[in-house]
Design a protein around this ligand. Structure first.
Ligand code: NAD
Ligand code: ZN
Ligand code: ZN
Length: 406
């Protein structure tokens, strides 16, 4: 089959690799019909996540058709159309029973590596380095799904792929980010980053009752999508001082909750940016925490800082004093996707949410190298790329006012 493989820093290729096989009774094989590129894939592409090996198959956001099931999978049948959550979860362990699926204790065969980095291991994740299991990902024609009796969610034929694909990750991720804010009527929520995760954080904050949502980014097309998602105000951080504007908009008090939907590759300017880039390049610091620092400093006393943005290792100059003296609550995590898929699918079925508004590009799977480049560089007003393995080259996108990729 064809699959998108990591070939080194800044390099992916579409290679012919062996088809996946059922290895365990609870496995299923899925023929992928749609798969997306995520901000998390960019951290692998950029070489910020250790334990990637040449030839590793990428992709943790995918859906498709069941083509084979192991004898332990009784809830799925060949021909079912399913969306697959990105964390791999057994459904039976201490954490799965608490619905903390991204912390499953049974799905990361390389837990010993993760324990060295983080103290304890999270769940295995598709296509996301060897620290989280070394599983082959879903940017491929076929993929093996372990614990297929727990993860995949059947979706109705009435909803096309673009409407349900994001149940795999970014829609639940934005929702959990907002849920962690414990939003009360009247609350103001500020969201750093208007990529897919930020956009669904904004939309979810509104769904959960936020009165006022402020969206922060620097790309006009992303800020425009933030408006569609429900942001009351958008803020271009290259034109304004974020901390000053957030104070002005909240009577000096600061937002009740701040969401960091940027993660470890934050773009910053000025002296602190240079400091972090140099330290990251010298491997003295693994991540660039610019947005997180700003979110902590901006948040009101007693507020919540919710961090869906991914960090991998060590950072410097964390305003810890601000966390303690302002009595902040910090909540984070890889998303417990399984917990949110069904309720969010119901909202999609009722027409309360149409997640497809974030898609700007459809590509064929073999156009992945171009897709990664365009998405990383935020070229061509790219916000989200969906790839269809056997479609014709769609190589088109939804705006008429910008140039085409080709
Ligand atoms: P993305 O790259 O499309 O979006 C990131 C956005 O942040 C960009 O629009 C960029 O312009 C903006 N940004 C950069 N620096 C900024 C700054 N200083 N202030 C404000 N905005 C800034 O990525 P995405 O797909 O939306 O993912 C965002 C983050 O969420 C990534 O770190 C990704 O790994 C993470 N993520 C986490 C989970 C989870 O389970 N927790 C799931 C999916 C993605
Ligand atoms: Zn993702
Ligand atoms: Zn488990």
């Amino acid at each position: 089959m064809k699959a998108v493989c990591w070939q080194g820093i800044g390099k992916v290729g579409v290679e012919t690799v062996p088809d996946p096989q059922i290895l365990n009774p609870r496995d299923a094989i899925i023929k992928v019909t749609s798969t997306a590129i995520c901000g998390s894939d960019l951290h692998l592409y950029g070489g910020y996540v250790p334990t990637m090996f040449r030839g590793d198959i990428l992709g943790h956001e995918f859906m498709g058709e069941v083509v084979e099931v192991g004898p332990g999978v009784t809830n799925l049948a060949v021909g079912d159309r399913v969306v697959v959550p990105f964390p791999i979860s057994c459904g039976n362990c201490y954490f799965c029973e608490k619905e903390l699926y991204s912390l499953c204790e049974n799905s990361n065969p390389n837990a010993h590596l993760a324990e060295k980095f983080w103290g304890h291991s999270p769940a295995g994740i598709f296509g996301y380095s060897h620290i989280t299991g070394g599983y082959a990902g879903g940017q491929a024609e076929y993929v093996r799904v372990p614990f297929a009796d727990v993860g995949p969610l059947k979706v109705p034929d009435t909803l096309d792929d673009d409407k349900v694909l994001f149940l795999t990750d970014v829609l639940p991720t934005g929702y959990m980010a907002a849920e962690q804010c414990d939003i009360q009527p009247g609350d103001t929520v500020a969201v750093w980053g208007c990529g897919p995760v930020g956009l669904f954080s904004i939309q979810s904050a509104k769904l959960l009752g936020a009165s006022f949502v402020i969206a922060i980014d620097r790309f006009p097309e992303r800020l425009a999508k933030a408006k569609i998602a429900g942001a009351d105000v958008t803020l271009n951080y290259e034109e304004h001082s974020v901390l000053t504007v957030l104070k002005d908009l909240t009577g000096g008090r600061g937002p009740d909750a701040c969401i960091d939907a940027v993660g470890l590759e934050a773009h910053m300017h000025g002296a602190t940016h240079i400091y972090d880039r140099v330290k990251q390049a010298m491997r003295l610091e693994s991540d660039r925490p610019g947005a997180l620092r700003e979110a902590i400093v901006a948040c009101r006393n007693g507020g919540v800082v919710s961090v869906p943005g991914v960090y991998g290792g060590l950072v410097d100059k964390m305003p810890v004093g601000s966390i303690v003296n302002k009595a902040l609550t910090i909540k984070s995590g890889q998303t417990h996707v399984h917990r949110y898929m069904r309720p969010l699918l119901e909202r999609i079925e009722k027409g309360e949410i149409d997640p497809s508004f974030i898609i700007t590009h459809h590509l064929r799977l073999d156009e992945a190298p171009l897709g990664y480049e365009v998405f990383r560089n935020k070229e061509d007003e790219c916000v989200k790329i969906v790839m269809k393995p056997d479609g014709q080259s769609l190589a088109s996108h939804d705006h008429s006012h910008s140039s085409h990729v080709h």
